[in-house]
Design a protein around this ligand. Structure first.
Ligand code: GDP
Ligand code: MG
Length: 442
């Protein structure tokens, strides 16, 4: 997520932190580099200018230079201004006083509306609600089928079929939702490759008649600066209450994410971070700012962990890491849990040291595919071997391989990866004290 911008900024601040004493000129120079990094990330130039001005005002003062850790101070100022730029405290969709809450998704073709409609349905289902999806994209024949399929997978009802106009589908859907006690109602509308007046008129008519509580513009983060122009047009013609940024998992340069709030004045409500229906997150400006600056997004990870991972196990793991008592049993649990959290790459991106881990030995990141084999291997070890893997000599390896239907090479590979993981965890522990807290929080 915004990887290249993130790498650039982190290297600028690493260099700044690496100089002993800072002069005002050092800071000015770093800010010039930040400016270039933002422009190259396709952030709107006016936004960049205002951003750098604000940071400069706060970061280039005697107070900063005299503080013990001027570089950290500068990072903190940049972090805080990034949070502001991304929308401050974030934006939540308030439920309507009388259900159904109606959410209308609009945006260009391919921006991710239909996928996002399904993601939202899943998200609200997880919150204990019973949503209804309306397939109001009659432009492409396959669009309604696409939503029907996704709704079917999620167990969420979908209304709207061929032969009805978009307006009729939305109107009918609203009545259905009220009658069946379903909320929120999520309207998936048609898009075009480019904005055209007919589309805007159709959407404006739906808005006027169906009166959605939240009109959400679905924006593809990969479109960079253009996204901002698109947002402006939709906002003027239809009215936009908030934005959902999709495809933040891709190598989006970040321009849209960082500009859209300040150019349109509309907050970002959710972020799409993958193609599957679970890849949607409420947008938290402070978390993304921390991620961009390499401070990790431990909070999002914890939230996911709470969804998928056994809490007591997680706590036990932390204790074991502290006591350096990480056994093969723990290794197996760990592999299982990591797999539940999502693709390893996404998970690592949320950790403060995720970037470093991503550079870790290749075969370690291939672990999820080996999971079944690993489970079998660990399963045919004795409890003793699992607790103290150093007792596993050559003949034991052969026995374990036979017992698990694998080869001695597989057993060796597992033991090697376990050793690597232990080593990495130890390093992490050692680094944490030094690197984890560059910024005083709050
Ligand atoms: N990687 C990624 N792909 C996405 C995301 N959201 C949507 N997509 C993909 O973008 C393409 C267009 O999505 P779709 O929902 O059909 O767009 P629509 O035309 O606006 O309805 C599909 O291939 C989706 O799988 C996202 O957050 N991340
Ligand atoms: Mg669609």
């Amino acid at each position: 997520m915004l990887d290249s911008l993130s790498t650039r900024l982190q290297s600028i601040f690493d260099r700044l932190g690496g100089r002993g004493r800072l002069t005002e000129e050092n800071i000015q120079e770093a800010l010039r580099e930040v400016r270039v990094a933002l422009l190259e990330a396709d952030v709107n130039f006016k936004v960049v200018r205002a951003f750098i001005d604000r940071v400069r005002e706060k970061a280039v003062g005697q107070d900063v230079l005299r503080s013990l850790t001027p570089a950290q101070h500068v990072v903190k100022v940049v972090h805080d201004e990034l949070v502001e730029l991304l929308g401050g405290s974030g934006h939540r969709l308030t439920p309507a006083p009388h259900p159904p809450t109606v959410i209308m998704l609009i945006g260009l073709q391919g921006s991710g509306k239909t996928t996002t409609a399904a993601k939202l349905a899943r998200w609200y289902t997880k919150q204990g609600q019973h949503p209804l999806l309306a397939a109001a994209d009659t432009n492409r024949p396959a669009a309604q089928d696409q939503l029907q399929t996704l709704g079917g997978e999620l167990g969420v009802p979908v209304v709207g079929g061929p032969g009805q106009t978009p307006l009729a589908i939305c109107r009918q859907a609203r009545e259905d939702a009220a009658a069946r006690g379903l909320t929120p109602l999520i309207l998936d509308t048609a898009g075009r490759l480019h904005i055209d007046e007919a589309l805007l008129a159709e959407l404006a008519a739906i808005r006027k008649e169906v009166l959605p509580h939240h009109v959400l513009l679905v924006l593809d983060a990969m479109t960079g600066q253009d996204a901002v122009t698109v947002a402006d047009r939709f906002n003027k013609a239809v009215g936009v209450d908030a934005v959902i940024l999709t495809k933040l998992d891709g190598d989006a340069r970040g321009g849209a994410a960082l500009s859209v709030r300040s150019v349109t004045g509309r907050p970002i409500a959710f972020a799409g971070i993958g193609e599957k229906t679970d890849a949607l997150e409420p947008f938290h400006p402070d978390r993304l700012a921390s991620r961009i600056l390499g401070m990790g997004d431990v909070l999002s990870l914890v939230e996911r962990a709470q969804e998928g991972v056994d809490q007591t196990k997680a706590e036990e793991l932390v204790r074991k890491l502290r006591e350096d008592a990480f056994t093969l049993d723990d290794f197996r649990d760990q592999l299982r849990q990591v797999r539940q959290l999502g693709p390893l790459d996404q998970v690592l991106g949320m950790l403060p040291f995720g970037k470093m881990l991503r550079a870790a030995p290749k075969d370690l990141t291939a672990e999820s595919t080996d999971l079944g084999r690993f489970e079998a291997i660990i399963g045919s070890m004795t409890p003793d071997e699992r607790r103290s893997p150093e007792v596993i000599n050559g003949s034991r390896r052969a026995r374990i391989a036979r017992g698990s239907g694998t080869t001695v090479q597989d057993v060796n590979r597992l033991l090697k990866q376990y050793a690597q993981m232990r080593k990495m965890l130890k390093q992490l522990k050692g680094m944490e004290g030094k690197l984890r807290l560059p910024i005083p929080r709050g």
